[in-house]
Design a protein around this ligand. Sequence first.
Ligand code: MD3
Ligand code: FE
Length: 209
Amino acid sequence: MSQDLFPDTLALPGLTYLPGFALGDEADLVRAVLDVAQGAAFRRMKTPGGREMSAAMTNCGAAGWVSDAKGYRYARLDPLSGAPWPEMPAIFRALAERAAAAGGFAGFTPDMALINRYEPGAGMSLHQDIDEQDFSAPIVSVSLGLPAVFLWGGLSRAEKPARLPLNSGDVLVWGGVARKFFHGIAPVKAGAHSLTGTARLNLTFRRAL
Ligand code: MD3
Ligand code: FE
């Protein structure tokens, strides 16, 4: 089941909200995240400005999103280990491709996934995802574990963000004009989830290279 996030008067081709789309795969997805993290540990990266991000991150696939004093970029090797990132688990790829098709992007094949882990108090300030090569590809995001409030700021940073609650198993497909929306995550509230414990996990499937 998909539903339009926006009133009829707002034409925003490319954004599809798929509540609960991943509910049947939650346990397998969390297991796959733990597998990836065995090969490439979660770490809190530094922004180019020198601040430590509150969410911990890791990656899988052909490249990983990294941030340090030199800036934001995609790197084929994990700077912590010097090795390639772990391969993308088959369950990740299958879910991302199914969700993309449901969102009108049949044929989307992600080349990597960024995995964010939020402990209570962690969030992500408003930003755009613009480090990828090709903006015609959508981004598929999957929420697992503790709930969070997604902040959606539209196409200009000045817009006051709308708030959308995201629950475990929810999937969003961001393409078209939505692809360059400012967005963020409000600080996650303390809680407990049977699969992720005290954490929220978010997977974003991208075509980065
Ligand atoms: C809208 N992650 O990793 S997912 C990120 O929940 C990121 O961890 C958040 O923002 C999280 O970059 C939000 C929803 C999302 C992801 C990518 C987008 C929304 C997006 C790309 C373009 C527009
Ligand atoms: Fe983002």
